[in-house]
Design a protein around this ligand. Sequence first.
Ligand SMILES: Nc1nc2c(ncn2[C@@H]2O[C@H](COP(=O)(O)OP(=O)(O)OP(=O)(O)O)[C@@H](O)[C@H]2O)c(=O)[nH]1
Ligand SMILES: [Mg+2]
Length: 307
Amino acid sequence: MSDQSVKNGDSFDGKRCGYVAIVGRPNVGKSTLLNHILGMKLSITSRKPQTTRHQILGVKTTGDIQTVYVDTPGIHQRRSTAINKYMNRAATSILNDVDVILFVVQAKQWTEEDQAIIGKFKSVSCPVLLVVNKMDMLDNKKELLPLIEELSSKFEFSEIIPASALNGINIDVLEQKIAPLLPENTHFYPENQITDRSMRFLASEIIREKLIRELGQELPYTSTVNIDKYDEDETIVRIHATIYVESRGQKAIIIGKKGARLKSIGTKAREDISVLVDSKVYLNLWVKVREGWSNDERALRGLGYSE
Ligand SMILES: Nc1nc2c(ncn2[C@@H]2O[C@H](COP(=O)(O)OP(=O)(O)OP(=O)(O)O)[C@@H](O)[C@H]2O)c(=O)[nH]1
Ligand SMILES: [Mg+2]
């Protein structure tokens, strides 16, 4: 990524542009943070850990400053199935390729997984900013100073910023700290471009979000969504999508009594996709069983999990 930052002259007319990785363990609020910064729902979020599965770029251009955020899957230490490995790789592979790292943690919930991620920063040369998220959950604001002191002993962070991604607390401060750390550069993306991902991809993510939210703990972790067909004309976007699960039991759970669950997932997904594409949407959803896909490298690639 940084090879794009090669100077092509002496002056960039005050323009800055660079990559900012958003990393951390699952469920700390990385995607919520990106969405708040962009002022739109680009990256899916949920109460369930390991919601984000792929890197996703969110581009924000304000005057001379263009910041290219990279939301990543939560780095975890769970059982090492192929999909878990894929997600960890998607998160850690970019650490040496960005200009700034935002390390997101949850206030007062430092874990071994956080500690393990710190280990990965030893070999990076760019600044690491610590975002202590979910500050709104602290009972007493007096807890803040000792907390920051404790966290500052863990690594040489360039900044420690207490924030709430959900309520937008201190996010403007965070953005102000990032801007001067970006290299002088021409902008990589047109001013109005928000992501590198296709509508097709974003639609599949929205369906996955509704699945996660609708099923909560019941959701088989091993489910994924494939867009089989995506057609648009002036009046409507038509999408045919398949939810893949690993057993007939999982399929029955998702479909629900008389198809009620699948219908609800479909309705909610259609509403969100419609906002995103700014058009009427027809969504046809299927559920299919594909045994062992989450631990099968070839099946994973077929379902879009490729680097
Ligand atoms: N109270 C509170 N909740 C938050 C805050 N930020 C995020 N959350 C909630 O935390 C949960 C996880 O948020 P996500 O943004 O999906 O977390 P993530 O780090 O992207 O998670 P993965 O993609 O699974 O790694 C959601 O239920 C969010 O609403 C915050 O500042 N305060
Ligand atoms: Mg996420």
